[in-house]
Design a protein. Structure first.
Lengths: 255, 255
């Protein structure tokens, strides 16, 4: 397996042909996995926004006030409003906003980015990352993973994750595969799109270099069955169930 | 960046010189990252065990009885005893055992593997994966990451994670790095050892092929500062706090 940054991409502007820009830089093969940072997709799709577009309602004002009091930093209620509009559930309200973002995955602040946005205050996630991945894959004739970075429970730090993919399943299904001794494996579903996103993040990073596209070559999904479910529903996610009952302020049950 | 399985390794047995076996197969360079599956390290360190070595106490019997009743499958109280002995905290007791394993990370069943263990019932994690990584790195003259696979909240499936590392820090510290516009980045710590473990898992897998070692070449940590904290303490982990108050049976507070 080989992974390399696609060099020479300009700063992406709204309406720009992202697939065309990528294809200009590198000769692609059908088995390639093109990993594209969601920030680049969002920029091309015109998802940069100013905070004035999010006049805060009472709920956003209340959230921002609470976070300001808690952290001692002034929090912008317009930003809280943007987070509310871009999410379908608020899992933690303080000391930060943990959300289910509209595309279906759990992330802080609905994945809204305040860095790396020229001429605007914030960058929202692509509206439908799966559809964005499909369009890019069709244009490029390759497999595509749209990546974001995300923190996680239990472990410090952020790592690359997939929020959209096309041309390959999200996971390899190892169920029923025997080990060397003929026993069943304990690993059942390997979330390969997240592992590919992490690989891309090792090279692209989030820095000033502006390297949002990483090409992964000579990697094969293999002969296993695929599975396309990547985001847990609350019914199978005990952590989400537990968080619904928890609040930071009383360290106990939610009112 | 290039990643490839180290071919030709035999089934690893207790007491075997794992570093020697790896070095026989490939000419290593100091900047290489050698990713070794924890199963291989455990086998070499003699961590395979029979369940009879874990006579169950009353707590293990109670846990196994509860899980048996809940899942309708016979659960072995000796396995529950092994999980208790190999963990420092039980975060979820049902419908499965979520633990802080002795090395400090959160994982199901204290990371005990029931597959891929010849001539024994179970394979325990290495006792001190950081020390194991250090020893391997010293012998190989490379950087080393000891990998495991793990599920996670919010997202389906397992992916590779690091449980030990040597020769590089766990994370790249992006704090204070400016973006293209001179603003600070929102990503702060990138858990590169987890991303490297995920990359290795894309190639090694957990299957019958027996490919526990992956060599990552031509990847550079870069000029950023490093950070070596990978496992969250409960004080900074709201999910762990919430789980302490939750139980599956009443979907509510723990007794």
């Amino acid at each position: 397996m080989n992974a390399a940054v696609v060099p020479g991409l300009p700063e992406i502007r709204a309406g720009e042909d992202l697939a065309g820009l990528i294809a200009e830089q590198v000769e692609l093969r059908p088995e390639d996995v093109v990993c594209v940072a969601s920030t680049a997709v969002s920029k091309a799709e015109g998802r940069a926004a100013d905070l004035d577009a999010f006049p805060p309602g009472p709920r956003a004002t209340e959230l921002a006030d609470r976070l300001s009091a808690l952290t001692g930093e002034e929090k912008d209620p317009r930003f809280a409003q943007a987070v509310l509009e871009e999410s379908t559930e608020l899992l933690i309200e303080s000391p930060f906003l943990l959300t289910e973002a509209r595309p279906g995955h759990v992330t802080v602040n609905a994945g809204i980015d305040r860095s790396n946005v020229p001429d605007a205050d914030v960058l929202l996630l692509p509206e439908r990352p799966m559809a964005s991945a499909r369009r890019l894959a069709d244009r490029l004739g390759t497999r595509v993973v749209i990546t974001d970075t995300s923190g996680r429970p239990f472990r410090h730090g952020q790592r690359g994750v997939a929020i959209g993919w096309a041309g390959l399943p999200a996971a390899r299904d190892w169920r029923g595969e025997p080990d060397r001794e003929g026993r069943e494996l304990s690993v059942t579903m390997e979330a390969v799109v997240d592992e590919l996103a992490g690989t891309a993040n090792l090279l692209g990073g989030e820095g000033a270099e502006g390297t949002p596209v990483v090409l992964i070559r000579d990697w094969t999904f293999g002969e296993l069955a695929g599975d396309d479910e990547l985001f847990r529903a609350v019914e199978t996610d005990f952590v989400r169930q537990a968080l619904r009952q928890w609040s930071y302020e009383d360290g106990g049950e939610r009112a």
